[in-house]
Design a protein around this ligand. Sequence first.
Ligand code: GDP
Ligand code: IMO
Ligand code: MG
Length: 430
Amino acid sequence: MSVDVLLGLQWGDEGKGKVVDYLAPKYNVIARFQGGPNAGHTLEFDQTKHVLHQIPSGVFRSEAKNVIGNGVVLDPIILQKEMEELQKKGVDATKNLFISKKAQLILPSHRLLDAAYEQAKGDKKIGSTLKGIGPTYQDKIGRLGMRVGDVLRSDFKELYRLRVEEHKKKLTASNYDCDLESMEGDFWKAIDFLRTLNLIDSEIYLHDQLDLHIPILAEGAQGALLDIDFGSYPYVTSSTTTAAGACTGLGIAPRHIGEVFGIFKAYCTRVGSGPFPTELHDALGEELRKKGSEFGATTGRPRRCGWLDLPALNYAVKLNGVTQLFMMKADVLNGMDEIKVCTHYRLPDGSEIDYIPYDLEAEEVTPVYHTLEGWNFDIDVTSTITELPDSFHRYIEFIEDFVKVPINLVSLGPKRKQTLLKEDSLLASG
Ligand code: GDP
Ligand code: IMO
Ligand code: MG
């Protein structure tokens, strides 16, 4: 038995939450391996919409165990709030949630540092979600971080004070005006709550599950183009969002990775700053934002919208070793006469490249588009991929030919039910 990995191939918000929830019945364990509450994963079923930030998207499936792995950064305040919200909806996550003692803790001062660093960057700000992600990973790599397991130590408070004194010095040096004390009441309550949960050595738990041949799905957050190494640096997040992150973020050896499901929207979106070659600054961009309800699930910010970028998708497919593609939000393009996809970038000297240049921000690239016929069909009465119009199939085939990986799932709406699987795919038969 192996661990299947599901991750975003663009700049996040591809629809990972929806698909993890859809696939969860095939798996006994769903495990988040990186990122933290910067994620906003939306699930929709039974006329209700749920947004998860910290908890894996298997939580609504009562048989699934949900693991927050060592690669994650955990904000105890957000976790407690999320669990209380779930409780109100009749979902008791306590029994089926397992948190790695090696996951890093986001402290209130990490959130303040995030805001201070952004303020100092001025025009060059990353557009961070301000959840303290960067500063927490900074402390982790600097070997200064506090881990979830530390909450069980009798000297936890002293360790916290030492760490926070260092943070305060940095905040003072940044001239950042803040009131840390007012945030600490909620923090201590959340730490007490955290102590009541299942805090475990999650890598050992997962090894045991593997030995027992229990199917595991690793749930990515953000997307390949926000990866700390391979994203549009410095406009990235601070973790490894690619498949390799599932190994380090869960303690799973590469040989145990099975399928790699890569999710992408039929177009592109990005929230926050940074280069986005196919961004549409016109009425069409606005139409995509409106039809696709493209507003951030974590911050509510409008998402920037544009055409599908195949050089970028191809790069993400290669970085992750994607074995199956899932195309999301194809319904948003329904009714358009023609649809464009970027196949190359043109450089100022007129030459064309089909890969992302080293510094996409500095390089003036102009997208070169291929135009395909659009589609228009009644989504509500379409229940199989074969029923989709020819022009839709041509769009799928064009993408498959470019990236050389099959598209085995097509999503036609935010609801669980609005999901079509290719009849002969591994998932359909598995
Ligand atoms: P995630 O971060 O990858 O889980 O994605 P988000 O939840 O941040 O953003 C995806 C948004 O698109 C959510 O509002 C989903 O409910 C919605 N969504 C997912 N799949 C589809 C789809 O196929 N069509 C439409 N119209 N919306 C979708
Ligand atoms: P999900 O899991 C979209 C973006 C932020 C910002 C950059 C750095 O829902 O797909 P950070 O707070 O991580 O320091 O922000 O990354 N970003 C996301 N964009 N979806 C996400 O998560 C994101 N998480 C972070 O907007 O540009
Ligand atoms: Mg999201």
